[in-house]
Design a binder for this molecule. Structure first.
Ligand code: ATP
Length: 307
């Protein structure tokens, strides 16, 4: 079942097409990344979905219903920790947030305790948020999107500006939510490692338009790197470099000529290259395929250099 369906959505600010005729959908229980360079329309899209912005055209459905009638299904986190009250404790923040959506009582108190425990915040539950570290504040802000137990969570840059440890903590907390709570999550981020680790699908925006939309796995496959690293036993001579350069491949000579990197389009080409090296008595110590990662794929797509 589709949890979110965005159909031909457009939002203009004056003449600027912040979101330009985009369509995508997310199935119940799935986590989808919405990615794109600065100003590509991610936040605007998320704000349209949770009805904070009225689009110029298009349609958004949440569990099959018009999103204006279905806001009770959605919790959202925008710009890090803005939804927090600094002079309240984590427990009071969560209680307040549940309260304004009409939830209260013993069941909610138990849920708050569970959430604080899940985010390793139990020993800080009565400390004013103002006195917590940035990572802890961020965790409270994410916990607030869970306290009403809505089916859909929209997270706009949940790891922005965090140090390495807080970043790991938040990533683990999100992975835990994904694996144990069966929520549908739309996550906007610039953090490609986070996307690679927790998202099933991604929508990539550029200048308000969708430039790629697929599963992370399919994109990784499509862009599987065909760059090989060949480590040599000795540095190449100038003559050898010249000879190799004339073979018609894209060679890069690195580490003072002791390593060659080459981009190939067919696996068979690597055998021809090995033969050519052998023919010149250039000996190979190690040969390996360079790792691909989602960051490189993202840059390829958003620069329009899709190979
Ligand atoms: N209230 C507004 N008034 C005018 N222009 C706006 C407004 N909000 C956003 N924009 C513009 O719309 C475009 C899309 O902005 P949006 O915040 O959706 O992008 P984003 O992908 O979330 O960017 P970032 O990664 O920097 O957060 C940008 O050019 C932005 O300047």
């Amino acid at each position: 079942m589709e949890a979110i369906e965005v159909n031909r959505l457009s939002k203009y600010y004056g003449k600027l097409k912040a979101v330009d005729d985009i369509s995508f959908s997310i199935k119940k229980g799935e986590i989808c990344g919405i990615l794109g360079p600065n100003g590509s329309g991610k936040t605007t899209t998320i704000k349209c979905i949770c009805n904070l912005i009225i689009p110029n055209s298009g349609e958004i459905k949440v569990f099959g219903e018009d999103n204006k009638k279905s806001t009770e299904y959605i919790s959202a986190l925008f710009e890090g920790t803005r939804n927090l009250y600094w002079k309240l404790t984590p427990r009071e923040n969560l209680r307040y947030f549940a309260g304004i959506r009409g939830f209260g009582g013993k069941k909610v108190e138990r849920h708050i305790d569970e959430l604080l425990d899940r985010f390793n915040l139990s020993d800080k539950k009565d400390t004013m948020v103002n006195n917590l570290s940035r990572g802890m504040q961020q965790k409270v802000a994410i916990a607030m999107t869970l306290v009403c137990d809505t089916e859909i969570i929209l997270l706009d840059e949940p790891t922005l500006g965090l140090d390495v440890q807080s970043h790991i903590d938040i990533k683990e907390a999100l992975m835990d939510i994904v694996s144990s709570m069966n929520k549908t999550i739309l996550l906007s981020t610039h953090d490609m490692n986070l996307v690679q680790d927790i998202c099933k699908d991604v929508v990539i925006l550029n200048k308000g338009k969708i430039v790629a939309q697929d599963s992370v796995e399919a994109l990784m496959d499509m862009f599987r790197s065909m760059t090989y690293e060949i480590v040599l036993t000795e540095s190449l001579s100038r003559d050898d470099e010249k000879y190799l350069s004339n073979l018609g491949y894209d060679f890069y000579f690195v580490n003072n000529g002791t390593k060659i990197e080459v981009d190939i389009s067919e696996v068979n080409e690597i055998y021809a290259i090995i033969d050519s090296l052998k023919g010149k008595s250039i000996f190979i110590k190690e040969i390996k395929q360079k790792d691909n990662n989602f960051e490189r794929i993202f840059l390829n797509i958003t620069n329009g250099e899709v190979e």
